[in-house]
Design a protein around this ligand. Sequence first.
Ligand code: FES
Length: 123
Amino acid sequence: MYNEKVVDHFNSPRNVGEMDAPDAVGETGSFKCGDTMTLYLKVTDGIIEDVRFQTYGCGAAIASSSMLTEMVKGKTLDEAMEITNKDVADQLGGLPPLKLHCSNLAADALHNAIENYRKQHGS
Ligand code: FES
């Protein structure tokens, strides 16, 4: 049901866990299934230097979160803000139609974290 890339990110998620003293935290949840994701960012001069996530969700949600963390490292906040749920699913080589909503958690948590960062730092 999942392709190899999705299975790899699910079995060996990258950048998983909590972060000490993050510069921003983003949270989101799915009304559909109740799963949740928290994303932590370290930001220096407007660039995402480090990222970690904690996801309580299905395999597709964990794989999407893991893939997202690889996509955002080194990006500016503006560039990261452009990343869509579809971009994450595409980078994973696609998700089964019934699991597409799971990829929403990752990009939504990222956008929430950036919005929170901007509210706190005004940039
Ligand atoms: Fe809840 Fe996938 S079923 S995020």
